[in-house]
Write a protein that binds this ligand. Structure first.
Ligand SMILES: CC(C)(COP(=O)(O)OP(=O)(O)OC[C@H]1O[C@@H](n2cnc3c(N)ncnc32)[C@H](O)[C@@H]1OP(=O)(O)O)[C@@H](O)C(=O)NCCC(=O)NCCS
Length: 357
């Protein structure tokens, strides 16, 4: 059998949800260009598109508001949330609290109707957003009707520009084909397990720094430099030592990540302080060095980390925000996998000791 390390280039299943890197650099959700969607749609419309192939945002909004309010009043869930927040990092809190929703989302029948899919997805999405909001908002009930999901996570006084920037970031996080976390979720769904278990598989997989965790590591790296000169020297040293620079390169895109420019533009337009200005210049220098030395381009996480920082989020909430965005992609893939009803079970190339007595 053919073997491809890391399953690179291997077609591991069929999907009608998105295409990644088809014309080299494009990302399409059910045929629509994701970059165009950031200009013309809200995250809620994109969520409906990804789940049900409809850009009508009304049902998703209704379900999200309903569950967000319900969760904010759920005493048991809030008690658990406060307990685990004392011991765990935000990503681990999300993994634990979503897991606690077990009995709420066990439903994973082969035939779910569109409304079931919206309800299940919005419930998970609202829980993740509520957890993120609980870290820095006193009043979690106040939502902007035009951008429910983005406004649920941002501080209540966030201006329209910041809400729109986060809405775009969420659209770009929403879906990305058979990436590691989605694949992990699909593997779990393929065993006919429940949706909560599949989403928890996705959360655990997204956490690593080679995947969603890259946004946190990228911003920590940029923040560690005080000047452009220092950044240049250190990055060159890291490359010489064959270290990876988080936020660069991609398993599928080989020319550029189409999401990066949208995110970079938002960072530029949100810069207010000298600190941010200096940091952006340092980031651009790292970007320049990576192109020159390694022919590597920034992926969504490099400027993505800077954007979430400009929006006022603490670093350990960056990957949780990625979870909030990607939860709709994970759900859609789980529904699709369940409908296909094929157990995912690849083979391995054995490299151990031959037969022994
Ligand atoms: C995402 C990633 C795993 C894609 O992997 P890939 O295209 O299969 O590439 P590989 O990891 O096999 O690396 C191929 C070569 O490029 C180098 N490379 C890839 N990404 C690199 C990076 N971010 N920094 C430095 N070198 C990098 C590798 O060291 C390797 O070099 P070598 O051939 O001399 O050994 C990889 O680019 C990476 O680890 N990036 C950093 C983590 C990150 O940003 N993740 C978020 C992805 S959206």
């Amino acid at each position: 059998m053919d073997y491809s390390p890391g399953l690179r280039g291997v077609v591991a299943g069929e999907t009608a949800i998105s295409t990644v890197g088809m014309e080299g650099t494009s990302l399409r959700y059910r045929g629509y260009d994701a970059i165009e969607l950031t200009k013309n749609s809200t995250y809620e419309a994109v969520a409906s598109l990804v789940i049900n192939d409809s850009l009508d945002e009304a049902d998703y909004k209704k379900s999200f508001s309903k569950y967000y309010l319900q969760i904010s009043k759920d005493k048991n869930l809030n008690q658990l949330l406060e307990e685990v927040k004392e011991k765990l990092s935000p990503m681990d809190v999300i993994r634990t609290v979503v897991s606690y929703m077990g009995e709420l989302t066990t439903l994973m029948k082969k035939k779910l109707d569109n409304q079931d899919k919206v309800e299940l997805t919005a419930r998970i999405n609202a829980t993740v957003c509520y957890i993120i909001a609980s870290y820095h908002k006193d009043d979690c009930d106040e939502l902007d009707d035009s951008y429910l999901v983005a406004s649920s996570m941002l501080p209540n006084n966030a201006n329209k520009e910041k809400i729109e920037a986060l809405d775009d970031m969420l659209i770009l996080y929403a879906e990305h084909g058979f990436n590691a976390s989605t694949f992990a979720a699909r593997v779990t769904a393929s065993t006919r397990s429940d949706l909560t278990s599949a989403i928890v598989s996705g959360i655990g997989t997204l956490k690593g720094e080679l995947h969603g965790g890259a946004n946190e590591e990228a911003v920590k790296l940029v923040n560690s430099f005080n000047s452009i000169e220092e950044a240049e020297n250190e990055i060159l040293k890291m490359l010489e030592e064959k270290k990876k620079i988080m936020g660069f390169g991609h398993g599928v895109y080989k020319i550029q990540d189409p999401r990066s420019d949208v995110v970079k533009k938002w960072v530029e337009s949100l810069i207010e302080t000298d600190f941010s200005k200096n940091r952006f210049e340092i980031a651009k220098k790292i970007d320049e060095i990576m192109t020159k030395e390694k022919k590597l381009f920034p992926n969504v996480d490099f400027y993505g980390g800077l954007l979430l920082s400009e929006l006022g989020f603490e670093v350990d909430l960056f990957t949780p925000i990625f979870v909030a965005g990607r939860s709709v992609g994970w759900s859609a893939h789980c529904f699709e996998q369940r409908e296909q009803d094929t157990l995912i079970r690849p083979a391995a190339k054995y490299i151990g000791i031959e037969e022994r007595e």
